[in-house]
Design a protein around this ligand. Structure first.
Ligand code: CA
Length: 238
């Protein structure tokens, strides 16, 4: 979820609308005080510098002092170097001067999320081997996927997966156990600059379930988390 703290309704509404359209879950608050309760669930904060009550700078400082590492994109008044520096000094990771173009905001959001994901420690993949060594194979339950040839042993026998099906499966596999939003999946597998929608992800997941779930109607491995996205649990024994 992306948390936006902004007291100007016009700005807040536009940002929310654009983020939601891009597939993100969004929570909007008009004060830092109200936002505090949502911080633990936020993967990213968009924080206006000028707020009633505790201002954006003080809020960023407060969060960093409390050990909150969530990326912060600070919205500042136009062109004030001092304000930008103050924002970064207070613990913001990036800033955007008002008025800004929505594509730029979305690009900053993508960059910050990417940076956060790259910084997060990743558990090593449970199967497969280092890139370049052959052949890399995914295995779970009775299924196998040869990632070099994209040949897979599925419910329908041996099938050759498409490149995208393969990439999606690898992405789920490499993030086993993680809650993956449709936006995460779209960005990592498709890239946000193409034009798939959240529905595209759902359709691919249906296809993967048909191939790799013992009972596709009652998935055991590729689980839907209502309102949030998907979790892949290859070790599920349920
Ligand atoms: Ca404001």
């Amino acid at each position: 979820m992306i948390l936006i703290v902004e007291d100007e309704p016009l700005v807040s509404d536009m940002v929310c609308l654009n983020l939601e359209h891009a597939g993100y879950d969004v929570q909007a608050c008009t004060t830092a005080e109200a936002a505090l309760a949502h911080v633990p669930n936020a993967e990213l904060l968009i924080l206006d510098r000028m707020l009633p009550g505790m201002d954006g700078l003080a809020f960023a400082r407060h969060l960093r002092a409390a050990g909150v590492a969530t990326p912060i994109l600070m919205l500042t008044a136009r062109g004030e170097v001092a304000a930008r520096v103050a924002g970064l000094d207070a613990g913001a990771d990036d800033y955007l001067a008002k008025p800004f173009a929505m594509p730029e905001l979305l690009a900053r959001v993508r960059a910050l999320r990417r940076r956060a994901q790259d910084a997060a420690p990743r558990p090593p993949a449970q199967t497969g081997s280092a890139p370049g060594s052959a052949p890399r194979t995914l295995r779970f339950d009775k299924y196998t996927v040869n990632l070099n040839t994209r040949e897979a042993l599925t419910n329908d026998g041996v099938e050759v997966l498409t490149e995208t099906e393969c990439q999606l499966l690898v992405y789920f596999h490499d993030h086993a156990g993680d809650m993956l939003s449709r936006a995460d999946i779209l960005e990592s597998v498709w890239g946000m600059d193409k034009f798939p929608t959240a529905r595209t992800v759902d359709n691919y997941v249906l296809r993967l379930r048909k191939l790799f779930e013992p009972d596709p109607e009652n998935p055991r491995y590729l689980i839907t988390v209502r309102g949030r996205g998907y979790v892949f649990r290859p070790e599920s024994t349920a």
